[in-house]
Write a new protein. Structure first.
Length: 363
């Protein structure tokens, strides 16, 4: 039996974090994906793990860090997108809400690590270290736009392991084709570094906004798999250019950020934005993410479902939402008709053995 005198802060952290231990790592490794399907797991925030029947393992935007953790720091970092867009200086109270459901240091099978953009809740040194320092993963490539590559190089990721992508670039892996397409994450355009800002002491007024600037900072990804085509828009805002992507690709499932924006901030998609995105992409399923992670951007997915029900008959929607849970698995098209997810409830072996109670009617 353990003794309280043996427990330290360090041992407590090691024994309780990550909160799910290696449960999800083991589940992903053990999963045999049915033919003509694709298995996906939501890792929190925009993070998604993809696994195919051909054994391809791809993780995108896995974030192994935390948000604010002390009130002693009072001000935002200079150049932060929120500081620039709204002239705020006070530190935003974005506390991490979700647990870590995967142990990045216990990953044994992975082919590619993709990042959509260079904001610090999508790219972090802990995930990079877990991959670089694991001999089992010395083949894994780091894939992302130019600014992500610069960050990885600064952290010591070997340059030969970094693949820089821009819209139009493709990667083929086993039974998956990945295409980088245009991002519409306009907050990236007001996040330093911005071309020409140094000459103006960080001031952005009057500087050009270009497709090249966005391409250096952010991309969306399209995954063409045996189970269908997945479009991950990451932190994109709504754009009518989704309709172009919907013509370029036969999108089955679209994944994108969602959240309630604080006053003065334009960062997350709203419920109506998500429905319009799905309609423009001609998707069959729309999945909101990112609303789960930040305490100051949390939102109710009931709003998405209510709006969809209000509009689907009149506008003849050909898609429906899927409301996921962090750590949950979604297999497409096997689960294509699901509207809401629930974690496995267990106890399926009830009464396969005699119960051990005083009398039958006790419970």
């Amino acid at each position: 039996m353990a003794n309280v005198k043996d427990i330290t802060r360090e041992s407590w952290i090691l024994n309780t974090f990550p909160e799910w231990g290696t449960w999800l790592n083991e589940e992903i490794e053990e999963e045999v994906v049915p033919e003509n399907n694709l298995a996906m797991w939501w890792l929190g925030n925009c993070g998604v793990w993809f696994k195919t029947p051909g054994g391809a393992n791809i993780v995108m935007d896995l974030w192994s860090n935390r948000g604010k953790h002390t009130k002693k720091v009072k001000d935002m970092v200079r150049g932060h997108q929120m500081a620039n867009m709204a002239g705020v200086r006070k530190l935003q109270p974005n506390l991490r809400v979700q647990p870590m459901v995967i142990d990045p240091f216990a990953i044994n099978e992975l082919d590619y690590y993709l990042v959509s953009h260079f904001h610090s809740d999508h790219i972090d040194i802990n995930t990079a270290a877990a991959i670089v320092n694991n001999p089992k993963l010395n083949h894994v490539k780091f894939v992302g736009p130019y600014e992500c590559g610069e960050i990885w190089k600064g952290w010591g990721v070997p340059e030969e392991r970094i693949i820089i992508v821009k819209p139009g670039d493709t990667i083929t892996l086993k039974d998956v084709k990945i295409t980088a397409v245009e991002s519409f994450d306009r907050t990236c355009l007001v996040t330093l570094p911005v071309e020409g800002a140094d000459a103006q002491d960080g001031e952005l007024a009057g500087l050009a906004v270009t497709d090249e600037e966005m391409a250096r900072k952010a991309v969306n990804y399209v995954f063409e798999t045996p189970g269908g085509t997945i479009y991950h828009g990451a932190d994109s805002h709504f754009s009518n250019y989704f309709a172009k992507h919907g013509k370029d690709f036969d999108v089955d499932v679209a994944i994108n950020n969602y959240g309630d924006n604080p006053v003065g901030i334009q960062d997350k998609m709203t419920s109506i934005d998500l429905l319009r995105m799905a309609e423009n992409l001609r998707a069959k399923v729309i999945i909101p993410v990112h609303y789960d992670i930040w305490s100051n951007f949390m939102a109710s997915t009931d709003e998405i479902l209510a709006l969809w029900k209000m509009r689907k008959e009149r506008l003849q929607y050909k898609f429906h939402p899927f409301i996921w849970e962090v750590g949950g698995k979604y297999t497409y098209p096997q689960d294509k008709d699901l509207i809401e997810y629930h974690h496995p409830r267990g106890f399926d072996d009830c009464f396969e053995h005699d119960s051990n109670i005083q009398f039958k009617a006790l419970l």
